[in-house]
Ligand binder design. Structure first.
Ligand SMILES: Nc1ncnc2c1ncn2[C@@H]1O[C@H](COP(=O)(O)OP(=O)(O)OP(=O)(O)O)[C@@H](O)[C@H]1O
Ligand SMILES: [Mg+2]
Length: 252
């Protein structure tokens, strides 16, 4: 059984079919990429999976369970986490506090802290935070105010926050957007390490073809909401439809 599977997933915004009958699967342990031109429906697809958007039709299954109608908060508790852009960071709190809050929230539902929780549970939260800060190389900055981190570190903190719920599947929507070449290279290394060392399954939307072809095991290609290719990087690269969608027939 695949870890994640969509069947006929469709999202309409009025007359616009942003995601059109998309069926695809993500296998355990793989790095799965979604690519496509601007407006192809990549973010909408991801948002239908997290429950941020309600699909017009079709289903989403995670680990054999139907999660089509679950809210983003419930989705996190089933084991799917999305790395959001810097909006989810509390700038006046430390790196550690940001990650610990995310770990607590994942356990208890957003911000309904139970102050009667046993102390041993807090040490588990502390340990999870240590592990996730270490995974993104921010352990040395644990005490730093999050707002004062450089841009690339903030984006890695975002990833640590997403990891704090200890997901099986990590969703990333253009994690390198706005990064310098150095920050981009670090982030790509990080994504590779997360898959290898934490055994994470990753579903990533990314514009940079070089990155995609380097890290993806399989690639789903969308154009105008529809699947135009789905396969290994080699298979996708050879697809005429993909070449046309991207570059009007020029080879990738
Ligand atoms: N909330 C919304 N209301 C109406 N239309 C929307 C909404 N969100 C997205 N769309 C439209 O749906 C289509 C798909 O958008 P989406 O953001 O999923 O594309 P994308 O592949 O992520 O593009 P990009 O590469 O620019 O991030 C676009 O035509 C977009 O304008
Ligand atoms: Mg997008």
């Amino acid at each position: 059984m695949s870890l994640l599977e969509t069947d006929g997933l469709t999202k309409q915004f009025g007359g616009l079919v942003a995601v059109d009958d998309v069926s695809f699967a993500v296998e355990r342990g793989e790095t799965r990429a979604v690519i496509g031109p601007n407006g192809a429906g990549k973010s909408t697809l991801i948002n239908c999976i997290t429950g941020a958007l309600e699909p017009t039709a079709g289903t989403v299954q995670f680990d054999g369970e139907d999660i089509t109608d679950t809210s983003p908060h419930e989705t996190v508790q089933t084991g799917i986490s999305k790395s959001f852009q810097t909006a989810s960071i509390f700038p006046n709190m430390t790196v550690r506090e940001n990650v610990e809050i995310a770990a607590l929230a994942a356990e208890h539902g957003s911000f309904r802290f139970n102050f009667l929780k046993r102390l041993s549970d807090f040490s588990a939260v502390h340990e999870t935070a240590d592990e996730m800060m270490d995974a993104v190389d921010l352990l040395g900055d644990a005490g730093v105010e999050a707002g004062s981190l450089p841009y690339g570190d903030k984006r890695r903190l975002e990833i640590a926050i997403a990891l704090a719920s200890e997901p099986e599947l990590l969703l990333m929507d253009e994690p390198t957007a706005g990064m310098s070449p150095d920050e981009t290279a670090d982030t790509v290394d990080l994504v590779e390490r997360l898959q290898e060392e934490l055994g994470l399954t990753i579903l990533i939307v990314e514009h940079d073809m070089e990155i995609i072809f380097r890290i993806a095991d399989r690639i789903l290609v969308l154009n105008r909401g529809q699947v135009i290719a789905d396969g290994t990087p080699e298979e996708v690269q050879e697809s005429e439809q993909v070449q046309e969608a991207y570059l009007g027939g020029v080879e990738l």
